[in-house]
Ligand binder design. Sequence first.
Ligand code: NAD
Length: 260
Amino acid sequence: MSLQGKVALVTGAASGIGEQCARRLAADGAAIVIADLNLANAQKVADDIVAGGGKAIAVSMDVTSEDEVNAGIEEAVAKLGSIDVLVSNAGIQIVNPIEEYAFADWKKMLAIHLDGAFLTTKAAIKHMYAAGKGGSIIYMGSVHSHEASKLKSAYVTAKHGLLGLARVVAKEGGSRGVRANVVCPGFVRTPLVDKQIPEQAKALGITEAQVIKDVMLKETVDGEFTTVEDVANTVAFLAGFGSAALTGQSVVVSHGWFMQ
Ligand code: NAD
């Protein structure tokens, strides 16, 4: 589905899943805003998209800061004219058993995953409403929007919360053509997951190979990781979907780990 003439802002797009979403949406014709804490890497991704014939800019954005989110979205609209697609993707992981989970880490996790989703939605949806062309908001959930795992109290709580936010935005935005959905990947080999493998091995007292086989991929149908391309293809499908038939949903991309 062509996204020609559309503008897509992807948070956390300097790495991993967000980066691939940005590249895929650019390939489908959208002008892309690479929004990330890491401006140097965001600029590299934007430059690469431009070198490949696409349109992209990088903006510095900490999604937990209302001022930075608002400034980044205003900069994007000033430079590219609108925001038609928002992919709220920035995220981190902190694993620990709950009795050792620092309150500061809990708050940091909820701030990045939930405040970030709220603040970017609030800032972007105003422009979608004002332009009168509708829009598509996609939250990067996880299988952990539906399932729990040990050591991930804050992550599971935040990812479940995104389902509620998406459903409210789908209802509020419906009459103005704004759709909201959640994409829920299984484990994808990105820096976020590579960091967790030794941490989980230590916390669970097992080897790294066991973490991959017996924790991460145990419930999949084929023992395979989901790829950044799998997730980006799903995001592109939701971004370009032509009606509100598909809104308020979560789409699970996980090799069958979770079936709904
Ligand atoms: P990643 O570490 O490769 O990339 C995350 C990006 O987010 C980085 O570029 C980082 O700079 C940016 N970021 C972090 N905090 C930020 C902040 N406060 N403001 C702006 N940018 C910030 O991680 P990833 O695996 O690509 O994860 C992306 C999203 O996908 C996350 O929401 C994650 O929870 C979700 N997810 C990942 C997996 C997986 O297995 N990798 C599975 C399901 C869901």
